[in-house]
Design a binder for this molecule. Structure first.
Ligand code: 2M8
Length: 454
């Protein structure tokens, strides 16, 4: 079924229900959406656009499932980590073998993970996504502690540690203590303007896409998705990594896309903070995790903060320069609890500027890109539209840094979006119109989490 235009949202538009009624309707919609997207041992982000399991989606999904079905929250994380590679990487897609060839592009035959050393028996992609899983596991446990949650944490802890080791070890291509991404898909913000400069250096020709069938534009408006030229480059970068069987040795010499992303590295630091907490529960030493969190935070500031713009930017390792675009990625270091006061002030100023419009009473939702930029595109995926996951991360960061006023404004704007449009994948940043998949799992799950914090 399609949970996109729910009775709850329709009745919300028609009348002016009380806060409690609205919350109940939103909750019903979110639960219906998550139930419809549950697939035997994991949740699909969307039945149509993304019919397999995605890595960071599963972490966000667990954060919502815990409020209604804690057993499924743990199942979600266990299924994902069962597909972890021997080197510790957690693949960004775990393919469902029951689906027909062509259900998603690029599918398992394109990734060909079976030929890589240390890949699991299940077919997966060969790249990663932001490591938001340790904080998710910690919050899931804290929300519903039980014997089962303790067992799950014992099982997950060494796997989460291996994930961190992979990212801070093999992926420290720049040598500065941060993880580098080898594909824009690893950031989760696929076609963000943040990648325009490094992507322009990747040789590609849009006509190569004639050899493939894009699955996404059969289910979503092509004008709301990345372009064929973007896809030609996505495919070329995967092909380069796949040719080396997804090995990381020598990437600096041979790989066409190498970038340090503020979101990935803020998640990396926050993960060490969460692992310190998990360590105390599973009987491990939290000290090394705290030390690593401090080092990562320092490196994020030293390598990704620009004192001139007053925000964080990705660092392109091929030129060793920060990319100029001001995107929502620049606000993400607020999830780091030890971010120095100077950077906290700067990020808050950036978030509250007309570029992003954060306020205690927001008139429009948080965009994914600087609204004042000439190439701001309100309909195209990560180049302007508003997304619940980046809003939720900023919301957590605002609470961590003691700004309940701004956190409340952002939370309310998330509720307003879903109340008006349903559990869409993303939203028009001016009108709130729903875009992309109409029944999207992390919109539902993060909404549930924000609702629970009443
Ligand atoms: C989008 O990315 C996939 C590729 O991984 C795609 O466009 O096909 C992104 O929004 C990403 O952040 C998300 O995890 C994925 C599934 O929801 O979709």
């Amino acid at each position: 079924m399609n949970g996109g235009t729910p009775a709850g949202a329709a009745s919300l538009r028609a009348g002016d229900p009380s806060g409690a009624e609205r919350a109940a309707a939103l909750r019903r919609l979110a639960v219906t959406t998550l139930d419809a997207n549950w697939e035997h041992d994991h949740t699909v982000p969307s039945r149509t656009l993304y019919p397999h399991q995605w890595s960071w989606d599963s972490a966000f999904i667990a954060l919502g499932l815990v409020h209604v079905r804690p057993d499924r929250a743990w199942r979600e994380l266990r299924t994902l980590f069962a597909a972890q590679w021997a080197d510790g990487r957690v693949p960004h897609i775990v393919f469902n073998p029951a689906l027909r060839v062509g259900s998603y592009f690029p599918g398992p035959e394109f990734w060909d993970s079976g030929r890589a050393d240390g890949a699991p028996a299940t077919a997966t992609s060969g790249i990663v996504q932001p490591p938001v899983h340790a904080p998710a596991a910690w919050l899931v446990h804290r929300q519903a502690p039980s014997e089962a949650s303790l067992q799950a944490l014992h099982w997950l802890y060494p796997r989460l540690v291996a994930q961190q080791r992979y990212l801070t070890g093999r992926r420290d291509v720049g040598g500065g203590g941060l993880a580098c991404i080898v594909h824009p898909w690893e950031s989760g913000l696929d076609n963000s303007p943040a990648w325009d400069v490094p992507m322009a250096a990747v040789p590609a020709d849009a006509t190569v896409m004639r050899a493939y069938r894009r699955h996404d534009i059969a289910h979503a408006d092509a004008a709301h998705r990345p372009t064929d030229l973007d896809y030609a480059r996505y495919v070329a970068i995967v092909a380069a990594y796949r040719a080396g069987r997804y090995r990381d040795e020598g990437l600096a010499r041979r790989h066409p896309f190498l970038v340090e992303c503020p979101l990935v590295n803020s998640a990396l630091g926050a993960a060490e903070q969460a692992l310190a907490r998990i360590a105390t529960v599973v009987g491990a030493d939290p000290g090394p995790h705290r030390d690593r969190a401090a080092r990562i935070t320092e490196a994020v500031v030293a390598r990704l903060y620009d004192p001139v713009t007053g925000t964080f930017h990705p660092r392109d390792l091929r030129t060793d320069r920060l990319v100029p675009a001001r995107t929502v990625l620049g606000l993400m270091p607020l999830v780091l609890p030890d971010l120095p006061a100077r950077q906290v002030r700067a990020v808050l100023a950036e978030a509250c500027s007309p570029r992003f419009g954060l306020a205690a009473r927001m008139d429009r939702p948080l965009p994914s890109y600087d609204r004042t930029a000439p190439d701001f595109e309100p309909l195209r995926y990560w180049r302007g539209p508003s997304w619940l996951n980046t809003s939720w991360l900023l919301w957590r960061g605002l609470r961590t840094h003691h700004r309940p006023d701004l956190a409340a404004g952002l939370r309310e704007s998330m509720f307003a979006l879903v109340a008006q449009a349903g559990c869409h994948e993303y939203f028009h940043p001016d009108t709130g119109e729903g875009l992309g998949s109409p029944a999207f799992s992390w919109t539902a799950s993060l909404l549930l989490d924000a609702l629970a914090d009443g």
